[in-house]
Design a protein around this ligand. Structure first.
Ligand SMILES: C[S@@+](CC[C@H](N)C(=O)[O-])C[C@H]1O[C@@H](n2cnc3c(N)ncnc32)[C@H](O)[C@@H]1O
Length: 276
């Protein structure tokens, strides 16, 4: 693991960070069940995609597709397109295929690194890269690689979150003493976030639309927050806590009063086209 930024460690990303889909599902489930406001990202992305795609049989890329939530939403919204979902993690591609199968919608899937897409130049009508470019130490390089694959005038939709997302959870972990440096650990969104998405995209693409939305979360108690926190590689925790929400919650409740925890995240969406 990298010493400071586990989120940029490609071995960790294609291995254990996203290697256990149950763990990721539990983490995402805890976050979604705490959400009190904010539109579904897959729905916002599909609506933007619908505006961009008109041709029959056009190639649509879902880059860093993860467990396939956006892939299914794209396949459903663009039934006349060919959707290709790409991800570095073999385990998440298995989950994405399963989700597609369950949904009845069609998309091809392929394991690939977004720094070197195994695609010919100039073919894609639309590319979506949602909540994944922050895993690159060089997101501009990835944007150039995506632009290479796009047909003239093709649309690129990007999504990310603010670097200070879920800051109240960092404060909680720091206050508990389980990781006193929690608030200064590198953000998951450090290289590609709401604050630099527009400038980075504009250095490669022609930006048409940028939207920032605040999402709000209310974890009902320490146990609920622990279901999310225990799976974060962000913190340096005492042995036995990482990946163990029950033990994490016990240690938190020894040190902090129990009760609801509120936090926010800014979610940013950008639509751009390939110049020329
Ligand atoms: C938070 S998930 C996002 C999944 C999905 N786009 C969504 O919106 O739900 C981040 C994804 O980026 C993928 N990823 C990270 N680095 C990658 C790389 N170099 N190439 C391809 N995918 C990568 C991870 O494997 C993971 O599936």
């Amino acid at each position: 693991m990298s010493d400071t930024t586990p989120f940029l460690d490609q071995q960790l990303i294609s291995g254990s960070l996203y290697g256990n889909q149950q763990r990721l599902a539990a983490r995402t489930g805890a976050l979604l069940s705490a959400k009190t406001s904010g539109r579904s990202a897959a729905e916002v992305i599909s609506a933007l995609a619908l505006q961009a795609c008109s041709s029959v049989g056009g190639l649509v890329l879902d880059i860093g597709c993860g467990r396939g939530a956006s892939t299914v939403a794209l396949a459903r919204s663009l039934p006349r397109s060919r959707v290709l979902a790409l991800d570095a993690s073999a385990a998440l591609l298995v989950a994405a295929r399963h989700r597609l199968q369950q949904s009845g919608w069609q998309a091809a899937t392929i394991q690939a690194d977004f720094h070197q897409l195994p695609l010919p130049a100039g073919r894609a009508e639309l590319a979506v890269a949602a909540f994944c470019l922050y895993h690159s130490p060089r997101p501009r390089r990835v944007l150039q690689e995506i632009a290479r694959c796009m047909a003239p005038g093709g649309t690129v939709i990007l999504a990310t979150k603010s670097a200070d997302s879920y800051a109240a959870l960092d404060r909680l972990v720091a206050a508990s003493g389980l990781d006193p440096q929690a608030e200064t650990r590198p953000s998951l969104y450090g290289t590609f976030h709401s604050g630099n998405i527009t400038a980075l995209a504009a250095s490669v693409l022609t930006v048409h639309d940028v939207r920032h939305e605040t999402h709000r979360f209310r974890f009902h108690d320490l146990a609920h927050a622990s279901a999310y926190l225990a799976t974060s590689p962000k913190y340096r925790l005492p042995p036995g806590l990482s990946g163990n929400p029950t033990a994490f919650a016990e240690r938190l409740s020894e040190r902090l009063p129990d009760g609801p925890i509120e936090t926010t995240s800014e979610v940013s969406y950008l639509a751009a086209t390939v110049p020329g």
